[in-house]
Structure formats: C-alpha cells, structure tokens
Design a protein around this ligand. Structure first.
Ligand SMILES: [Zn+2]
Length: 313
C-alpha cells in the first residue's frame, strides 16, 4: 500500500477498444489497513448529481482515520462528454449500463464494463451512481442483484439499504443470464455491489447529490472503514419487478404521475395527443406499483420507453 493519503492517477486498460483513453481516478488511502471500496459515476454523463457526489467523496474521508482504501472514478463514459450523449457511448451506440459483465475484446462499452469489473476485482463493494439523464426524472432508488445464495443476497440487500431510498429494486437471479448493470455483472462473480439512482434532467441538485454521497458513506461505515455516517431517514419499499412502459404511438405526451409515486392498476400514467391537441391514446399502469422514473420531455416517438414501474411481490 502506498503511504500517500490521496493518490491521483490516470488509469489505462489493455483492451483494444480502450486504447488512447485515460480515466481519472482518485484513491483515498487510509492510514490503517482495511477493505477497499470502489466507486464510479458518469456511465451516463448528464447525470451530474451522481458525478458531483463522486467528486465530493474524495473530501468525505479522512485518511488519518479511514481503514482501507476508497477508489473513485467520477466519469466512466469519456467519449460521451463532448456532445453530452444521452444513455449511450457514441463510439458504439451502446449503453454501458447494460453491458456488464462485458468482454475485453468487445467494443468500447463492452470493454470498459469488463475493465471496470477487473479494476474493482479486489474491492469489497463496488458502487455505481446514476440518475436523471437530460429527458428524465428518477426517484431515489437502488438496485440489488440477488443470486439465490441467502448469505450473499442478504449482504447485498444490507448494502442496498445503506442509501436512503424510496424504493429498492431486488432483481432475481434470472437477470444474471443476460448483460446488465454493473451490480449484475459483479454478482456473476459473487462480488457485492450497490447501484444508486437519483437526479433529473441533467441538473446538479443538492438533495440528489446528498442521496448518493451519504449512501456511500453509510456503505463505508457498514464495511467498518469509518466510524460514523448520517443515519437513514426512510424505510424503502421493496419491488421485485422492473417494468419498462412503452409509448404506444408517437405524440405529444402529458404525464399524469411523478417519479416515486404509487399507482394503482389501470391508473392513467400519461396521455398522448397529436399536434392538433387531440387525444390519441393513453398509457395506463399494467399493475399496481411505484414509478421508478419517467420521461420529462413531451415529444415522444412510438415504442420509446417513457416510464419505469417497480412492482412489489
Ligand atoms: Zn444512468
């Protein structure tokens, strides 16, 4: 272990698709040995509340009292920065967020997913922070991937509860079969992870920054790296299914619900109009649940996902 308390580096990876890219990383190195916590943000570069939380975290740990090491990479999707690309990496038009566990010989998104899991291979927990690309508003939620091993799943849920979430999405082990979020990629290796969502429409807002920032502090406390962290204030609702709701047709959409809101089965979530102001359709809740996120932009193409609905057991 280095004796430097703060270690700034530009890290590179061997994968062919990642040649020429250097990723800024900051390590806070505690004086005492202990666990390693790896934190990333900026898989989606417009989710600035989560990026700000990552940047702020370097000052959230005192190396004099920290046990172990906190490694922070505030921006993963560097190719998306110049044009503030939404959702995808512009080099391959793929969403890094659904590319884990990835592969070293793949395109940028697949290769960076694989590289990040290897970078964090010895980390006791990996945290991936998200929330609020340019056209959406998300609730305060976390995603917990389960694998079917009671001890592993319980610990992953305890980590998910470190965030002061409205909702926790508990993904069943069937998600391990397909490419998915970083927490799913970590779980394929039986490694723990947290995935946090808070933010909206590209804005950096204190309540959303705080959600991510304090959640990571609570994980550090949970791991025994620090003595104290702010107490959580909410009791989250657990949802076990994540439904992606599609716009039935193109139109000008008027949303009737907000992120975080509970909705009954059949509740009208959005009304579609044409440009003459005539109602052309509506989107209703297929089941009772909670709005994980919704689009904010009224102009919607058909088949676009306009909302995520979390459904309890
Ligand atoms: Zn995101």
């Amino acid at each position: 272990m280095t004796n430097k308390a703060l270690s700034k580096s530009m890290i590179t990876f061997d994968a062919p698709a990642l040649q020429g890219w250097s990723f800024p990383v900051l390590d806070v190195v505690g004086k005492m040995p202990g666990p390693r916590l790896a934190v990333i943000a900026g898989v989606h570069v417009n989710e600035t509340s989560s990026i700000e939380a990552a940047i702020r975290l370097q000052r959230g740990f005192n190396p004099e009292t920290l046990k172990g090491r906190v490694s922070i990479m505030p921006i993963v999707n560097l190719p998306a920065v110049p044009n503030r690309s939404q959702y995808v990496c512009p080099l391959d038009n793929k969403n890094i967020n659904f590319s884990f566990p990835g592969r070293a010989g793949g395109t940028f998104s697949e290769a960076v997913a694989d590289a990040l899991l290897n970078w964090a291979a010895d980390a006791d927990c990996f945290v991936d922070m998200h929330g609020g690309d340019l056209c959406e508003n998300v609730s305060h939620f976390t995603v917990c991937q389960t694998v079917g091993d009671a001890a592993f799943d319980q610990r992953n849920m305890e980590i998910a509860r470190c965030f002061d979430a409205e909702l926790i999405v508990r993904l069943d082990p069937s998600h391990l079969k397909a490419p998915g979020r970083s927490c799913t990629g970590r779980a394929t290796r039986k490694q723990h992870a947290a995935f946090s969502e808070a933010g909206r429409i590209g804005l950096m807002e204190e309540a959303n920054v705080e959600f991510h920032y304090e959640g990571v502090l609570r994980i550090a406390r949970y791991l025994g790296m620090i003595e104290q962290a702010p107490p959580p204030r909410r009791a989250p609702q657990i949802v076990s299914r994540y439904l992606w709701l599609e716009a039935p047709q193109s139109g000008f959409y008027r949303y009737r619900v907000e992120a975080g809101q509970r909705v009954d089965k059949g509740c009208v979530l959005a009304i579609a109009e044409n440009t003459y102001g005539e109602v052309t359709g509506e989107v209703t809740a297929p089941e009772a649940g909670y709005v994980l996120w919704r689009l904010t932009h009224a102009l919607v193409e058909g088949q676009t996902h306009i909302m995520g609905l979390g459904v309890p057991d």
